[in-house]
Write a protein that binds this ligand. Structure first.
Ligand code: KG4
Ligand code: ZN
Length: 368
């Protein structure tokens, strides 16, 4: 398909159904690139999955089917935008739980077909990559740390859809480590935010945890050793104060590893992008963690990088980020055919992923 640039204003309906949130949003991108989120609706399925301690794919898919219609309708109503004012539809097409992805993607295709609108089949990770641009001016290129429940990677984002992977986890993702360790501490799902709350009253220095990969020369991450060590300590704990201390130590260890790897990446990136403004962005659910943000901000400052993290509402899964990917692509004349497939696996940097298949995310199901 030959892209037809359409740099005029875009008003895009975004749909996100790749995991346990049914989300829809309307985003307007002006011709000068200014972004306005007109609405962002998120229906969480946490209550439905909580009894099982994690996301159950069949329950997720069914809940998306039951909710997508009302969520999309509310997004349009909240935005004060009718279907006739839309210039395009953007739906997550992967990676994620394929039953859920198919719900949002099929819904998006139906709207696009019925209204004669272009469709953008969005990579969920590209959504996280642009999420900081929803609320702040962040120009391309930038260095990105993407830390979510299924992913932990450093990427050089050179432009729309142009991501180069610099390093990723060799076992678990950072959010997955938070969730699993939270479970061993007896915290409810989702574990990351619960662990952060528990850590508030804890002393991070009480327990010593392994500093994984510290000093290693590449940009890989690893959290499995930390997980095992924390589980062993958790078994012997009896008081809430001790559990809070362990939570604080775990959070500090994860934040330290993320900051140490990011620091190394910034050093290399600054050499490659000499003379240009240096910008470091963190995105994904784990970017909601205040200790992580603080460590990363300090690391960026020390290297002379500007630091941007999305507002909390745009760190975790949402459809505004999906709509923005759609708007940016449509402005460049890029859209997808109505038979675009749902893709359970879809690396952002496909060349790097196929050249180095050992760097697979730890969670093989949900988001890998
Ligand atoms: O980006 P996201 O909503 O979904 C994925 O694409 O994976 O990220 C969810 C992940 C979960 O692992 C969750 O525990 C983690 O982000 N998370 C946090 C916090 N909020 C969400 N981890 C640590 N501290 C938080 N405050
Ligand atoms: Zn996500």
């Amino acid at each position: 398909m030959i892209p037809i640039p359409n740099s005029g204003a875009q008003t895009v309906l975004g749909l996100e159904t790749s995991c346990d949130e049914t989300a829809a949003a309307v985003v307007r991108r002006a011709a000068d690139g200014t972004v306005e989120v007109l609405s962002s609706v998120i229906a969480s399925q946490i209550a439905q999955h909580a009894p099982f301690g994690g996301v159950v794919p069949e329950i997720a898919a069914r809940a998306h089917v039951e909710t997508i219609d009302a969520v999309a309708r509310k997004a349009l109503t909240d935005a004060g935008v009718g279907l006739s004012e839309l210039t395009g539809v953007a739906a997550t097409a992967g990676p994620g739980l394929v039953g859920g992805v198919m719900v949002g993607l099929s819904f998006g295709k139906a709207v696009a077909l019925a209204r004669g609108l272009p469709l953008v089949a969005v990579n969920h990770l590209e959504g996280h990559a642009v999420s900081a641009r929803l609320a702040a001016r962040v120009d391309y290129p930038f260095l990105l740390l993407l830390v979510s429940g299924g992913h932990c990677q450093l990427l050089a984002v050179e432009g729309v859809g142009a991501c180069r992977r610099l390093g990723s986890t060799i076992d678990d993702a950072a959010g997955e480590a938070f969730d699993k360790i939270a479970k061993t501490l007896g915290l409810p799902y989702p574990g990351g935010p619960a662990l952060e709350t528990l850590a508030e009253s804890g002393d991070a220095d009480r327990f010593e945890l392994p500093r994984m990969l510290l000093g290693r020369k590449d940009l890989a991450f690893s959290f499995s050793g930390l997980k095992t060590a924390a589980a062993r300590i958790a078994e012997g704990l009896t008081t809430n104060a001790e559990r809070a201390d362990l939570a604080a130590a775990v959070q500090a260890a994860i934040a330290a590893q993320l900051a140490e790897r990011s620091d190394r990446a910034m050093a290399a990136y600054a050499t490659d992008h000499g003379g240009r403004p240096l910008s470091f962005v963190v995105a994904g659910g784990v970017a909601a963690n205040r200790a992580v943000r603080a460590r990363l901000e300090a690391a960026a400052q020390a290297r002379g990088f500007s630091f941007t993290a999305p507002p909390l509402a745009y760190c975790t899964d949402n459809a505004a980020m999906i709509a923005l990917v759609g708007a940016e692509r449509l402005a460049l004349g890029i859209s997808d055919p109505l038979d675009a497939p749902a893709r359970p696996r879809w690396p952002l940097d496909e060349a790097a992923a196929s050249a180095d298949p050992t760097h697979v995310p730890g969670r093989k199901g949900a988001k890998a």
